[in-house]
Each structure stands twice: as structure tokens, then as C-alpha cells.
Design a protein around this ligand. Structure first.
Ligand SMILES: *[C@@H]1O[C@H](CO)[C@@H](O)[C@H](O)[C@H]1NC(C)=O
Ligand SMILES: *[C@@H]1O[C@H](CO)[C@@H](O)[C@H](O)[C@H]1NC(C)=O
Length: 346
């Protein structure tokens, strides 16, 4: 996700909008799960939220906090249409896959595994009650699974089982194997397609959330010999709930104004602004605009939260409703997302 980060992957959480609507429209129906068995409740509580998605990653070590941030740090506004996400657990590859479940989780994901089942359950309940989903994010900036020769199907099985074992709502595929993409022969795209298909065998659509977190230039048409993310989307887009697109770390002046973020990207990465990606076939509801929380959270692409709010408002007026993602807590907290949503998504 970020070039200077340590082995990582973050987790995201986001609210269940569909459930939120239900609650919102039938406020007296507090016991709407009555009569359902535990399996049905579990599936309902995992239902994939509709856009907009407000996503935050949490990977950094925060003194005194083991696992996810306190819910209070990432909520702060109680409208049930809010999808704040917030991250926590991270999961990354380990050279010894046999020990992936034991040694393959790093940072916040590793912390998650050190909690007792009762502690995890308590935290998860607090997040559920706040309408915030908890996801793990795989790979990040230090793993290059295709170049390293990992079997996509086998690895997806391992990681999906980890999600199930540790009771998370899903997984974010933060694939950053740039050499594999640059090779231009389809190895990256084929790997991602196989990985995504296998994730969905164990984490079915609608029951678990599966997102991807590509860098924006990977959506440029006609640059990637293997077809880039447009090919991934064409092949398995129906299995991907949304894209946390990294509009940062791509060059000093890339994606830094509403114009080159939303309408027309630079000639270096043509066709990779929000509405250009949509014109290439990706639904606007799946395009989540990712930004660093502070100028120090990325090498480039930073926008103040108030400038981003202007772009969000403009995009909404043109029919976009994907949402926003931020890297990462604690550089951003509730106040960041409150500003970014602004009056467009109160
Ligand atoms: C990848 O793993 C799957 C499932 O474990 C297996 O069926 C397949 O043969 C493997 N592919 C390769 C190229 O080793
Ligand atoms: C794609 O290119 C990479 C880097 O040159 C190479 O390692 C890999 O074997 C190639 N894959 C295919 C399917 O040609």
C-alpha cells in the first residue's frame, strides 16, 4: 500500500449499509433477527454493504492498542448510512507456507491472532454494533506473490481459511507485484484472477466481502500487455465487491486536483481518473477513491481532506457514489472521514 511501510496489509472495516437501511427504515424492529438461527444471523450480519464505502486501513503500531483501534476513534457519527471502515488485522505471506496461519500474519493481523477468542469476539461485537466491518488485507508493498512463484489457488485457500478461522468479514487483496505487471505477459492478471476465484469458493459473494486495492495506473487501458486491471475486472469483477484504488504514490502531480483525479489523468497514466475508469467499464459504485491521510503517509498524491471533500462532492453530482479509502489510522480518524463526506454524504 505504501512503499515505506513494513510488511503489512491492513484490515478494513466498513458498515453494512443494507442492514443500516433496514434499521433506519424500521427503527422499532430492533429484534429483526428474532426467529433466525445462528447461521442465518451470521450470514445476514456479513451481508455485503452497498456503496458508498468509507474505508480506513490500520496497519501501524499504536502504543497501547493491540488489534483494531477503539471503535470510538473511527466512528463519531451515528448515521447508519455511514460506512466508516477501519482497519486492523494484517496478513502477509511467509516463506514457509506451512506456517502461514501461525507465522504469516504480521502487524495488526498478527496482533489479532494474539488476542484470545473472547477478546476478538468482544471487539468484533463492538464493531458490528457500530456498523463497521473488519477485513484483513493481504500482501501490501513487500510481498510479490507472483514473482515469488506462489500458487494462487493454494495461497487463496490458506488465506480464506485464515479469514474464516479468525472470524473476519472478508479480505482485501492489496497486490503490489509491480514487476509481474510490468512484465506485460499476463502473469499478474492471471494470478489475480485465479486467486480471486479461489477466494470466492470459500468466501462466497454476499456472505463475505472481497475487495482489491490496485494502484490507479493499473486501470489505464493499452499500457499493460496482460490487460491490466481492466482485464481482471472483466474476468472476475463480479466477484469483487469494490476497488480501494490507490490514487497516490504515482508521481508528484498525479491525482492531486479534482480534474486529474476525477476527469482526465495525466498522459503518463492515461485513462485512470475516476470517470475514465468508469468509462472503461468499472461501475462507479465500485470505485473507492484512496488517499493518504497525511503527506507523510505516501510519497505523492496527498490532498487535504477538505480538498478531497470538494472532489467527492463534485463526483457525486456527476453520479459517482463509490466512497473513499484512507491510508491509514491513526493519521486519519473519524474527523477525516467526516470532512471528506462533507455535505455530499452527510
Ligand atoms: C496449485 O494448487 C492447486 C490446489 O492446491 C493445485 O490443484 C494445482 O495443481 C497447483 N498448480 C500448480 C501449477 O502447481
Ligand atoms: C512473464 O514474464 C516474467 C518476467 O520476465 C517471467 O518470469 C514469466 O515466466 C513470464 N510468464 C509467462 C506466462 O510468460
Amino acid at each position: 500500500m505504501f512503499m515505506f511501510s513494513v510488511p503489512r496489509v491492513a484490515a478494513i472495516a466498513s458498515t453494512v449499509l443494507s442492514l443500516g437501511r433496514l434499521v433506519h427504515s424500521t427503527p422499532t424492529n430492533a429484534n429483526r433477527f428474532d426467529g433466525l438461527d445462528n447461521t442465518a444471523r451470521d450470514i445476514l450480519s456479513r451481508a455485503t454493504p452497498a456503496a458508498p464505502h468509507w474505508v480506513i486501513y490500520s496497519d501501524a503500531y499504536v502504543s497501547g492498542t493491540t488489534g483494531p483501534p477503539a471503535v470510538s476513534a473511527v466512528t463519531g457519527f451515528n448515521t447508519l448510512h455511514v460506512i466508516i471502515s477501519c482497519g486492523s488485522p494484517s496478513l502477509t505471506l511467509h516463506s514457509n507456507l506451512a506456517f502461514l496461519l501461525v507465522e504469516g500474519a504480521w502487524d495488526k493481523a498478527e496482533e489479532w491472532t494474539t488476542l484470545t477468542a473472547a477478546q476478538r469476539s468482544s471487539i468484533k461485537t463492538q464493531y458490528n454494533n457500530a456498523g463497521i466491518k473488519l477485513l484483513v488485507s493481504a500482501f501490501g508493498s513487500t510481498d510479490v506473490p507472483t514473482s515469488s512463484g506462489y500458487n494462487a489457488t493454494a495461497l487463496a485457500t490458506t488465506m480464506a481459511n485464515w479469514v474464516i478461522e479468525y472470524d473476519l468479514d472478508g479480505i482485501d487483496v492489496d497486490y503490489e507485484d509491480f514487476n509481474a505487471f510490468d512484465a506485460g505477459n499476463g502473469s499478474a492478471e492471471n494470478w489475480l484472477i485465479a486467486f480471486t476465484k479461489q477466494l470466492r469458493v470459500l468466501l462466497p459473494v454476499g456472505q463475505y466481502i472481497v475487495t482489491h486495492a490496485p494502484v490507479a495506473p493499473w486501470f489505464s487501458p493499452n499500457i499493460w500487455g496482460g490487460g491490466g486491471y481492466l482485464r481482471v475486472h472483466e474476468s472476475v469483477g463480479s466477484l469483487i465487491d469494490w476497488y480501494n484504488i490507490q490514487f497516490y504514490n504515482q508521481g508528484t502531480s498525479e491525482y492531486t486536483t479534482c480534474a486529474n483525479l476525477l476527469t482526465t489523468s495525466s498522459t503518463t497514466w492515461p485513462g485512470s481518473a475516476v470517470f475514465q475508469i468508469a468509462a472503461s467499464g468499472v461501475p462507479l459504485s465500485k470505485i473507492v477513491i484512496g488517499k493518504p491521510a497525511t503527506s507523510g503517509d505516501a510519497s505523492s498524491g496527498y490532498m487535504s481532506s477538505s480538498t478531497l471533500a470538494t472532489c467527492v462532492s463534485q463526483a457525486k453530482s456527476q453520479g459517482w457514489n463509490g466512497g473513499a479509502m484512507v491510508w491509514e489510522y491513526p493519521g486519519a480518524t473519524s474527523s477525516w472521514i467526516e470532512t471528506v463526506r462533507g455535505s455530499a454524504f452527510p
